[in-house]
Design a binder for this molecule. Structure first.
Ligand SMILES: Cc1cc2nc3c(=O)[nH]c(=O)nc-3n(C[C@H](O)[C@H](O)[C@H](O)COP(=O)(O)O)c2cc1C
Length: 248
């Protein structure tokens, strides 16, 4: 097993995998790590759909365009989940407020599912597996994916995670310097622009020189381009179809 430092600081997204299956022991570790995720109120407002059926993976690939979903060994869909607490509250005659219709309710379940995904990432990385988070599992075709995964009302996909034995070792991607990420006691008051410009230049250089597919992307325009694409997603409508009628 890798050290914590190698696991966390040597992690990079891996998008190509060997055909070999992940061992049962490694999957058991990943499931245990998922189970022991810290969650708001210990409410465990999340569930995971572990997709191993190759035909289902292929259909999810067709819906998302994310090849990793069909080539990985396990595809885990991390979902926010109020179906479980609603089910037991109903069974015990406990009147439950419509917490899932509040913004904080959505944040609570989204944070829980995201932390569970990170637990899985860390566990998988620690035993040398390759991982890639897949946000398109949430955004590409929310209704089609919910149907394929048989999600009941009160359950929505937050993010997917592809797991497999790595078939590539991409260069580590440069990240923002600590001066932009960690603020001491209060948020920085000086101009962030010079540090941001330096980081933008560093990423551009990485994109032009990295091993594998190269590009001329800078960081800022690339990220803003994603936001522009994301403006078309209409998550409010998709969430309403999943039983979330967000109000405040
Ligand atoms: C929430 C989330 C969603 C992501 N969605 C995708 C995705 O749909 N497809 C993909 O190829 N990579 C996806 N990624 C991977 C990011 O592109 C990657 O983490 C980022 O470029 C940093 O690179 P690194 O993971 O190698 O450090 C996602 C990562 C996160 C955390």
């Amino acid at each position: 097993m890798k050290t914590v430092k190698d696991t966390l600081c040597g992690r990079r997204s891996v998008r190509r995998y060997e055909r070999e299956a992940i061992s049962a022991d490694d999957m058991a570790l990943i499931y245990d790590a998922i189970r022991n995720t810290p969650t708001s109120y210990n409410g465990q407002q999340f569930s995971v759909i572990d997709v191993t059926d190759q035909q289902l993976k292929e259909r999810l690939y067709e819906m998302t365009g994310q090849k990793q979903i069909k080539t990985c060994n396990h595809f885990l869909a991390f979902c926010g989940d109020y179906n479980k607490i609603r089910t037991i509250a109903r069974a015990k005659g406990i009147e439950m407020p419509e917490f899932e219709n509040t913004v904080d309710g959505l944040i609570v379940a989204t944070v829980d599912a995201t932390l569970a995904m990170m637990s899985a990432v860390v566990a998988a990385e620690s035993v040398g597996l390759g991982t890639c988070c897949i946000g398109y599992a949430r955004t590409a075709d929310p209704e089609g994916i919910a149907r394929e995964l048989g999600l009941p009302k009160g359950v929505y996909v937050v993010c997917g995670l592809a797991l497999g034995i790595p078939r590539e070792e991409p260069d580590l991607k440069p990240k923002q310097p600590l001066s932009l990420l960690v603020h001491s006691n209060h948020y920085r008051t000086d101009d962030l622009t010079p540090d941001l410009m330096a980081y933008d230049a560093e990423i551009s250089h990485y994109n032009e020189t990295r091993s594998g597919t190269k590009s001329t992307n800078d960081w800022a325009a690339h990220i803003v381009g994603y936001y522009t694409e994301a403006m078309t997603y209409d998550m409010l409508r998709h969430l309403a179809l999943r039983g979330f009628h967000l109000q405040s």
